[in-house]
Write a protein that binds this ligand. Sequence first.
Ligand code: NCD
Length: 523
Amino acid sequence: MAFTAKTLDIISSYSIDEQLHIYKKARKLKEAFDNNDEKTLDLFRSNDKNIGIYEVFLEDSTRTKESFRNAIEFHRIQEKIFDVQSSSFNKKESYADTFNMLTGYHNKIFIVRSKLEGVCTWLARNGENYANRNNLPVPLFINAGDGKHEHPTQELLDQFTLLEANKRDRWHIHIALIGDLLHGRTIHSKIDGLRIYKKVMIDLIAPTLLELPQKYRDKMIEYWYELRFFNSIDEYLTQQSIAPSRYFTRLQIERMGEQILQQETRLRYAITFRKDHLDKIDQNNTKFYHPLPRHKIYPEIPSFLDNTPLNGWENQSRNGMLVRIILLGIMTEVPYIINDFDGETVIEPTYKESRIQEIIPDNSTPKQYSSGVNPIQNGIVIDHIYKWTDIALIKKQMTKIVSILWLYSKWGERISNSSTGENKGIIFRPDFVLDRLQIKKLAALAPWCTLNEINNSSVSKKLKLSMPPKLYDFELLSCKNPDCISHNSHEEHVISEFVKTHDTLFECIYCGFQHQYAEVWDD
Ligand code: NCD
């Protein structure tokens, strides 16, 4: 089975087998470069003059942009650099319109860096629709870093480098991640990237203000990684078990708020390696890595270390071009790179519809629902709408149910209290019925409610609804991460969509930001 070309928006868009295939091919390519083996190098080249590759960098870059540029040149493909400064982005053109236009000119691959998170996930979805509408090949997107979210191609080169150092042993890795773990997208991609190892031990070294967000920690616990936490390099070096691989990241000043910036000096001190640390590490069995750039005035890895065996970051950055050549080879379907893939690919999860359970109504002692004044003869009663303590929140959600399902009526709603402090809402609607689509929407709006259909004054059908695995197709849904491509403030007209990750936790499909169920709804 050949490796199928596909968008790389997050590292786990590619399965573990696919990632390992990239590392295997990159190793072969490196050997060919080292031996000046032109014949083998040629096997890796695309040479397809008809494929257009665009680099669209809306944030600064040296290594990622230039290594891609060199990789494109290696393949002898047309390279196009999008001029962001003089583009219609300045005239408030949307991402979707801009990239659709470039797709329309028969370009196939887009390498995109932006401060907006989830941008490639959105562009891939949008681009597929555009291509189908216009009978064009579906464009592919490579995320070259999106805000503080992910940096999957950096992850590919990091894992390739770590595997080299580990002599390709995937049994166990012990690595320290140091620096701005809060904003560092190269760190965030590591959580999934490190899954190529059977046993993973991670030491997280960061002051509290820069600590790794909870959602990544939860994920690592789910993956059974062993975690340890330290506030500074000083604290780390007071104990014995020091990781042989140490991955430094810089302070992402451009993404920091005032509160963090005020403490810049203290934060830098905590994550910077100093001369007096040297005698506490085994220099011959430790390697330092860094996605680079390092700050020329305050480098986390000072330049006095350049000429020591600790220097792993130079080889790491050279590896960048290699894995990017392989990635572009996959996307342009170079037979030598894709044909001998032998493994599993990512299986897209299928989401079942929300469960609707029919309960046999107990008519032995028939329950008479009343709308407050008159008994209901025919109609519906939506009962058990939430069991929340916050009455205002329940009211807000009930207003949404009425407006979205068009249940406008002079008849009432009620909120009843219970001794436990939990409240629930009830909506009575004589002479109304709900069709299947409305019932599905009701499940999303009021999971766990019961829907009673009343016929001739008795309950003829009782349905118990449950939380759907996906929330979508409602205008009143929106991601609350201000950096997400789908956030309302960016006016990109991205329809929000969420998938359930735990009981009441929903993740934005674009940026991965986690929300409690009630948070996804707008007023
Ligand atoms: C990183 C990036 O831009 O995310 N650098 C890189 O791509 N080599 C890290 C950084 O800027 O700190």
